[in-house]
Design a protein around this ligand. Sequence first.
Ligand code: GUN
Length: 292
Amino acid sequence: MILLDGKRTSEAIQQEIAAEVDAIRENGGKVPHLAAVLVGNDGGSVTYVTNKVLACERVGFGSSLIRYNDDVTEDELLAKIQELNESEEVDGFIVQLPLPRHINAQKVLEAIDPRKDVDGFHPINVGRMVVNLPSYLPATPYGILQLLERYNIETAGKHCVVIGRSNIVGTPMSILMAKGGYPGNATVTLCHRNTIDLGYHTRQADIIIVAVGQPGLLTADMVKEGAVVIDVGTTRVPDASRKSGYRLRGDVDFGNVAPKCSFITPVPGGVGPLTIAMLLKNTLKAAKREVY
Ligand code: GUN
């Protein structure tokens, strides 16, 4: 069993990005700049966004963090997005999800200029991905593709079962794994809450990608010997022995599943760290006008 080391892979990608930023700076070019909009004080969101901004500093990007209280109006948020769309300084920006219920998140996402939508959540970028046009790939699926590629995991002709159909992970992941190119060319099954007998599907899988946020959902009896297992789950569970008071648990019963696998991602230290690296990669692409 080989552990897919997302932390090390993420660091390698960030070093590659940092080297490109150095080259841009030496040539007198403008260094990439990522802005992040954060509404409210949700613990997970604050941590994610803080880590994104810190990662910008590490690779030499400019960054801005724009924070609002929970009671910000939709119009205020839309006005800020307009400003970021028009900014000469900002190459790409994200609006951290989830947003408070009084704000129409879809309307907010669609207000982002697709050329600056480095999360790849705008319907134009989603559509462009589906029809093989250049687009920003959503960071988590993009990171999983990087892991598969950098560990030389064969995907062509393999049966890939994706569990979870969220807009930001499961759905794009299922599309990307089915597409031509490497990694891709897999036969894909997309399972979700209405799937009858999940184990029936996962037991046939060469590659399982699980992204539902249900700790321990994937158990050893559901996994074929030699499978590749990618765990996207990061649920905070109480843990009094930790200073933070919680620990992260994935969607995989790691202790029992890992011995059956050829490759598996740990939680934490698997897919999570790659998400940030791929957001930086998209921002670099935005600054270099590689997509649009
Ligand atoms: N919430 C959870 N994951 C993400 C992400 O990748 N981007 C944004 N904007 N919000 C998220």
